[in-house]
Design a protein around this ligand. Structure first.
Ligand code: HEM
Length: 120
């Protein structure tokens, strides 16, 4: 909530106005991201991504109240994904394209039925 009148770019934010920042929108802003709608995990290996504005990507928020589990969560996700993908193959068996369900976090509407098999 704005504690005083403030100008941000072209916008005047008056005192007591609530300001919401949407990670969904910023994380898909083509001014920052090449092919923002494409699932491209390798984008994280590019030099381009290392040069990004530090507020272009903020799944853990930013500033003094940023998530303190940030590095732990990323490491945990890397380890779990690596272990699971090494041992199992996943095949989507839904009848139509998955549909996004944007609640507090981004989910898949009605889930994603998968066939899981032990890798050979
Ligand atoms: C993918 C996993 C995670 C995501 C996306 C996430 C995201 C966030 C976000 C957005 C905030 C800021 C909320 C706000 O604006 O007030 C936050 C705060 C916090 N997170 Fe996480 N988090 C994750 C995992 C974790 C883990 C694993 C821990 C602990 C081990 C953790 C502990 C905390 C704590 C204690 C705060 C409050 C920090 C403060 O207010 O000073 N988070 N998290």
């Amino acid at each position: 909530m704005a504690t005083a009148d403030n100008r941000v770019g072209d916008y005047l934010i008056t005192k007591d106005t609530s300001v919401l920042i949407s990670p969904y929108i910023v994380h898909r802003n083509p001014d920052y991201w090449k092919n923002p709608e494409v699932f491209d995990p390798e984008r994280w290996e590019t030099e381009e991504v290392k040069q990004l504005d530090k507020f272009a990507y903020f799944p853990f928020a930013a500033g003094p109240r940023m998530c303190i589990g940030n590095n732990f969560a990323l490491l945990e996700a890397d380890i779990i994904l690596t272990k699971v993908i090494q041992q199992f193959d996943f095949k989507y068996i839904g009848e139509s394209e998955p549909v996004m369900d944007p609640t507090l976090t981004l989910r898949v509407k009605d889930g994603m039925p998968m066939q899981i098999q032990k890798s050979r």
